[in-house]
Design a protein around this ligand. Structure first.
Ligand code: G4P
Length: 532
């Protein structure tokens, strides 16, 4: 198959949701449809559920939350689908943001009982800023949830995006009967607990068809009224608006019952964008270009705890990636060759010979990669869009075992390269200030430093409010500022200067006193995301 044909059949997307909305369950149903897993009943089993997806780390097993982001590839209707799973837990939000840089579209899962939750709103903000096309799946219709019209209003209001239902639920909870597909006017009837892949579908040419009354009883008239209302209120679905990230089609269903999933997947494969162009520092890179390029958006250590292996997850952006070929590591200005690049399917990894734009491959790494690194066939370009954001919590890392100082240094450095933490070094004394989005990450760090590097540590809370990257056209101003505020200046992993502000007021005073200095909210020196 030609590179362009390979490109055309690829769809790379992430499923995102507030924890517990059903992201994992939906992912597994997708895999079932794609034949990537065989056990239809497996989805109900905790064992399979907890070990099929992103369960690479011990700590995740202990906590039962998705710490890691994993990648799964399967084929459906001749389409090659790469799903990037994301941790729903807010403490790992940065990991999710980075993953969103590597996808072309998103499926957002919302629980019909809970509606739009906090994490959903934040994730959607990231999608909106990147104009990522979003399809919404309203899940758990087998439960008594919010009124579907209210839900649509809530989606529009809280997610600040226009929505357009493409399927419509017929009642819900114990009375849930199925969905009416607004796209092709067919009725899909619900059978609770159905684990089979095929649904019962009835073609209905006309809503006045008496078959509706036979199958739905009193709910038939209500459906007729609601469909009329929808068609009156909502504009017909426009694919173009979806592709531009302005309009989100909405599906209703129940992932656990395997209901509404096929409609979602069919529409997804039809309308979701193929791998698109990517912004690099000096130019835009098109997927159709002959020469290979890609960037690392995630690094995962110790997938197999018996070996100290790291895997860098690379999104292929252009050309064809080939095994055993030398590529140019732009930051290190070094040639690297990979003899066992892998793709992922649940916990199994398969060595691949070639990959195409949209694919995510795992490269075994001995410490060459940092998040954001670019590989090319020689050109010195750097892909943009993987900034660090100001952490929310800051603590000083204190080594508890002087004999293990080297191990701790190495460990925290690697965790910083992986993007698990942000490390700021402050002088004098090489103080290590660790910044994270959530408390949970400190547990992860302590656990990993102990188990992977044999280093014991403690964290002392610091009262910082924000880390701001500082730049100025006038270097002297920076020097002056750093002299004046020396105890609040630190260097980030790339040796950029950062001002650690203790409060919003202190930050404001600093800005007022030093108008020639720009206080950046993220490490890419342009604010693309709110610092919240
Ligand atoms: P997440 O990845 O978004 O965190 O959610 P996950 O799929 O783990 O689902 C969260 C819980 O919601 C699970 O129950 C799951 O079985 C349930 N669930 C998913 N889809 C549906 C649905 O369509 N209807 C109903 N009623 N429940 C659904 P759990 O008790 O936390 O786990 P488990 O013991 O069932 O595995």
């Amino acid at each position: 198959m030609s590179t362009s044909a390979e490109l055309q059949r690829r769809r790379t997307f992430a499923i995102i949701s507030h924890p517990d909305a059903g992201k994992t369950t939906l992912t597994e149903k997708f895999l079932l449809f794609g034949g990537a897993i065989q056990t239809a009943g497996a989805v109900k089993s905790n064992k399979i559920k907890k070990s099929t997806t992103s369960d690479f780390m011990d700590i995740e097993r202990q906590r039962g939350i998705s710490v890691a982001t994993s990648v799964m590839t399967f084929e459906y209707n001749d389409t090659l689908i790469n799903i990037l799973d994301t941790p729903g837990h807010k403490d790992f939000a940065e990991d999710t943001y980075r993953t969103l840089t590597a996808v072309d579209s998103v499926i957002l899962v919302v629980d019909c009982v809970k509606g739009v939750e906090e994490q959903t709103e934040k994730l959607m903000e990231v999608c909106r800023m990147r104009n990522t096309p979003v399809i919404i799946f309203v899940n758990k219709l087998d439960r008594e949830g919010k009124d579907p019209f209210d839900l649509l209003d809530e989606l529009e209001e809280k997610l600040t995006i226009s929505v357009r239902p493409l399927s419509w639920p017929i009642s819900m909870g114990a009375r849930f009967k199925g969905v009416y597909k607004l796209i092709d006017h067919s009725l899909v009837l619900f059978r609770p607990g159905g684990q089979k892949i095929a649904d019962d579908i009835l073609e209905v040419n006309d809503l006045s068809d008496s078959i509706l009354d036979d199958k739905l009883g009193a709910d038939a008239d209500q459906l007729r009224e609601e469909v009329e209302l929808i068609e009156g209120v909502y504009e017909p679905f426009q694919e173009q608006l979806y592709q531009e990230g302005l309009l989100a089609p909405v599906f209703f269903g129940s992932a656990i019952n395997n209901f509404g999933v096929r409609e979602l997947l069919d529409t997804f494969t039809r309308i979701a964008p193929v791998p698109g162009s990517r912004e690099a520092d000096i130019r835009e890179v098109k997927p159709t270009e002959d020469k290979f390029s890609g960037f690392v958006f995630k690094i995962h250590a110790n997938i197999d705890p018996r070996h100290r292996d790291r895997i860098a997850f690379l999104r292929v952006c252009s050309g064809k990636f080939e095994r055993n070929t030398f590529y140019h590591h732009v930051r290190l200005n070094k040639k690297l060759r990979f003899n066992s690049p892998v793709t992922f399917m649940a916990q199994s990894k398969n060595i691949i010979d070639e990959s195409y734009p949209g694919d995510v491959i795992g490269l075994y790494d001995t410490g060459n990669f940092k998040i954001g690194d670019t590989l090319t066939q020689g050109e010195a370009i750097n892909f943009k869009g993987i900034p660090s954001f100001s952490p929310e919590i800051f603590k000083e890392l204190i080594n508890l075992d002087p004999m293990k100082a080297k191990q701790m240094d190495k460990g925290i450095q690697q965790l910083s390269d992986e993007g698990v933490v942000q490390l700021f070094i402050q002088q004098p004394g090489n103080r290590k200030i660790v910044g994270t989005v959530g408390e949970l990450q400190f547990d992860v760090i302590t656990h990993r430093l102990k188990h992977e590097y044999g280093a014991s540590c403690r964290f002392d809370q610091l009262k910082y409010f924000k880390a701001c990257w500082i730049t100025s056209d006038d270097e002297k101003k920076i020097d002056e500022f750093c002299d004046r505020k020396s105890s609040y200046i630190a260097l980030d992993k790339d040796k950029n200067k950062v001002f650690l502000a203790e409060s919003a007021w202190i930050l404001k005073v600093a800005q007022d006193d030093f108008p020639d200095i720009v206080f950046h909210q993220n490490s890419e020196f342009k604010t693309t995301l709110p610092v919240k």
